[in-house]
Design a protein. Sequence first.
Length: 94
Amino acid sequence: MGSVCLARCLTIAYPGSVTITFRIDEQRRGALRKRAAALGKSESELLRDLIDREISMPTVAERAGNLIGSLTLDPKRIDSDPWRKTIWRNNWRK
């Protein structure tokens, strides 16, 4: 016996894959329909493209990994610059 969605649901079925069901509000659904139509795609095709793009992007840690530990802050200048003070307060390992 299948499940029943009592709320407004968007169900995506793609041949040769699984079906994913999730809830979406009317405003997002309207925006999804509008964007899909503008691109000449179905809602499902647009969502697959968006998911593919999102999961293929490197994480922030992967993109900035080479910068870890590379920032040098002069402790004498931290109080005179709000930006440096914020970086020091939120990120600095003491």
